[in-house]
Design a protein around this ligand. Sequence first.
Ligand code: DC
Length: 667
Amino acid sequence: MYSTAFLDLPALASAQGTVRLPGSKSISNRVLLLAALSEGRTVVHDLLDSDDTRVMLDALQQLGCVIDRTGGTLAITGLGAHKPRSPAQLFLGNAGTAMRPLTAALAVLGGDFTLSGVARMHERPIGDLVDALRQLGCTVDYSGNEGYPPLRIGQPNLRLDAPIAVRGDVSSQFLTALLMALPLVASQDVVIDVVGELISKPYIEITLNLLARFGIRVQRDGWQRFTIPAGSRYQSPGSIYVEADASSASYFVALGAIATGQGQASIRIEGLGKDSIQGDIRFIEAAAMMGAQIDSGPNHLDIRQGAWPLKAIDLDCNHIPDAAMTLAVMALYAEGTTTLRNIASWRVKETDRIAAMACELRKLGATVVDGADFIQITPPAMASSDTSTASHWTSASIHTYDDHRIAMCFSLAAFNPARKMLRIEDPKCVAKTFPDYFEVLFSVAQAHQVPVICVDGPTASGKGTLASQVAQRLGYHYLDSGALYRLTALAAQRAGVDWDDEAALAQIAAHLPVVFEGHSVLLNEDDVSELIRSEAMGIGASKVSVFPAVRTALKHLQLSFAQLPGLVADGRDMGTVIFPTAPLKIFLTASAAQRAERRHKQLISKGISAKLDSLRSDLQERDARDSGRSAAPLKAAEDAVQLDNSALSIEQSVDIVLDAWRSRVLA
Ligand code: DC
């Protein structure tokens, strides 16, 4: 998972391959609660592992459910006839799918509970549900602002004979919450009347479908009246499979439509077919209207590019509120203006999604009109043939508002024809529903060019520390190319090959049995991380690296490190020979005296005795050999930024490099 402050995505060119997506959030959290309320043990397969399911599981455990995990499956032993453990203080993060139904279930069962969440959760309305529960005789109080969590729940005095009225036009989760809570107390028929037009009906269908799996057959009269029959009782189905998340699938459906090109390439999504019980599966109809070619098998979808550019649409999106955000980004690739209507619910989600989408789409160059319940997007100019009056794609730093869907759908803007890089702020917010989203995207996407930051410089200039810290801050891969020459020297020594036998050294370098595992380097499965850092191997590396055949043999291995989302590489010839087109090259220097002193301190701190004078003369000798050789000598690339870090702290150097990078990414 990307835990960096931001993620810089290079311009992406194409995509193809197979993805398996995490389980549906809506199904996962409903299944967890239903299993917790049932009699018996339920084994749950393919459950989504994310922030929202984790807070639900923690809450259920606090309430007395027994949860055990074996491999990829999880089993819950439900409360059945037992009361939930009370008192309990439940923290539910920003998970609406936990807050609403738990509130209803605990309110009808009674006890002493507080339910709270993150600051945004305390801004998400729950008053309509609380009003409905109070009509029923439940005790629910606001401990903060009227109409919003946090809530305090006490003992109820239930009145079930009159129909319970609940508003259906703000969030369908209120109705879902009541439908899941009331079977717990259905000693007689319990009737729920929906007031106002019910939004997000497909989510109610998921609720009804899952209730049936747990033994509750709700009678439905249109979308206005629901009756839970007297004597309803939750019964575990024994085991249950969670479908792949249809809203998460929307990004990969869009990817297929945008990025597979006109040939045979496709994106296959496993774990989901067109007969899914999730409402957002109907996103595929909207994507097809925009030009995607979609084939469905029983448990997979295949998506190819059809129309290109995509076709603009004018669509009522009430039935696909979450996935419709993906349409807004697809609109960037359409000819004409796309209008998404009936999306008022966006305003009360993780953030005000209409305002957020409008603001971020404008940053990319789109022309956006937004209203109370719609958004209208005209893309920036696609190609040079567009008129000069049209706006153009611009690089942007996308603010993500702690909203997983904003982060995921905007990653699709990386396919922009202007080949602009894109910065996604706070990429880890995807953990709400799809912790590995970016890794899955990178497994099927190809960049026009993977961005590489080169840090070259003489021995002990601090390039390793600088490069690895920059890589960590960016979430990019890291290549310590000196380690490859050190490994070659060590492998040669172990094989009894002299450090001046070019042909034999090249053979060794071409077939180095090396594996990089986190911070460790394994040679023939032997951890040599410490060994290759010795002064002796530094000198050996300097010697073997003068040979052109050795350098050629290691080139392919070095190039293979350039993978999405990007690479930071340090060495002597990263910017001049290996990655000559890298967008940022740093040539790092420090005085010989400074470098010798740093190396001295480093060795002493490791308990290795060393003489400053001899270190300094060794350094100078290596500098002379590395700079004086004819093959790829140490020198600054013409377009390198010179950085003398003699008087700088590591943090200062890292910040200078990140600033230089930022000005290139967002140029
Ligand atoms: O960066 P380092 O000290 O680990 O490098 C050890 C030696 O390897 C260095 O003296 C020269 C050689 N080297 C090279 O020739 N080209 C590189 N890209 C990296 C290192």
